[in-house]
Design a protein around this ligand. Structure first.
Ligand SMILES: Nc1ncnc2c1ncn2[C@@H]1O[C@H](COP(=O)(O)OP(=O)(O)OP(=O)(O)O)[C@@H](O)[C@H]1O
Length: 253
């Protein structure tokens, strides 16, 4: 092989998530189109944030990309699997294997200690828990000494760190976060964003996060701005100021 020839790494080159012409209409007394023809490819090991005004479709996008909600039309391919076509129980199995979730309200199981919360997704995925990884992550996040405490004995920041450890310890290669800093003070929020950033760099995870916080943009590789269920802007390494002014333009009536 010539020195200049590049080795082909299909794993690296193919986007980890590919959404094509994804639309979602909620039916009800009045039908509501929450997503309107969204095309989006997400690179492996990237940190992407989804922003937009309230009701613009951010959570719907995340939920569809997670297989928690089904698009009305369009396709969603994750790691070569067409998840929009997967039926239960394969869809749940796929989610448990590939996606770690973090929510605004932490969603730790209140009846379990931090330690058992962290091991839970691995058990649910039918894997033998990798305790060594869990211990390492708990130590790195300063939670090891309080691993036997119950979630309600922890501060909000500690609970969210535990939720991140849970998402990472599960072995999932993607982390989906819906407003993970929404319930936290500024300093703790920054700490959580730093952790999420590090997971892409150190652990090679792909992070997809919904947020209202324009200042979070400083941690992202890419910021997608939604308006009325459509991708309005797609910014690479934007500054918080750039995101703030774009949001103003996009959300002006
Ligand atoms: N299950 C549902 N049934 C009917 N309409 C829904 C449902 N879920 C969401 N919607 C509507 O779809 C639109 C998009 O909702 P979505 O939660 O995705 O927006 P969002 O950008 O995440 O908003 P927020 O920032 O307020 O959380 C909203 O108008 C919402 O009312």
């Amino acid at each position: 092989m010539q020195a200049h020839e590049k080795i082909h790494h299909p794993q690296i080159q193919t986007p980890i998530i590919q959404m094509e012409a994804v639309s979602k209409t909620y039916s009800g007394r009045k039908a509501y189109q929450a997503l309107d023809n969204v095309n989006l490819s997400i690179d492996r090991e990237s940190f992407t944030m989804i922003m937009g005004a309230s009701g613009s479709g951010k959570s719907t996008l995340l939920n569809c990309a997670a297989g928690l909600d089904r698009p009305t039309s369009g396709s969603i391919i994750i790691q070569d699997v067409a998840i929009h076509q997967l039926k239960e129980p394969r869809l749940t199995k796929f989610r448990r294997q590939h996606i770690g979730f973090i929510f605004q309200s932490f969603n730790l199981v209140q009846a379990l200690t931090v330690w058992h919360n962290v091991l839970l997704p691995q058990k649910l995925a039918g894997r033998r828990p990798n305790k060594q990884v869990a211990v390492e992550l708990l130590k790195r996040t300063g939670l090891y000494d309080i691993r036997h405490k119950m979630p309600y004995e922890l501060s909000g920041g500690q609970q969210q760190r535990a939720a991140i450890v849970r998402a990472l310890a599960s072995g999932a290669d993607m982390v989906y976060a819906d407003e993970p800093t929404g319930a936290l003070d500024l300093r703790t929020g920054k700490e959580i964003l730093t952790m999420l950033r590090e997971t892409t760099v150190r652990e090679g995870k792909t992070v997809l996060m919904v947020t209202h916080d324009v200042n979070a943009a400083a941690y992202a590789d890419r910021v997608i701005i939604l308006a009325d269920g459509r991708v309005q802007e797609d910014l690479r390494h934007p500054s918080a100021q750039q995101v703030a002014s774009t949001m103003m333009e996009v959300t002006q009536p």
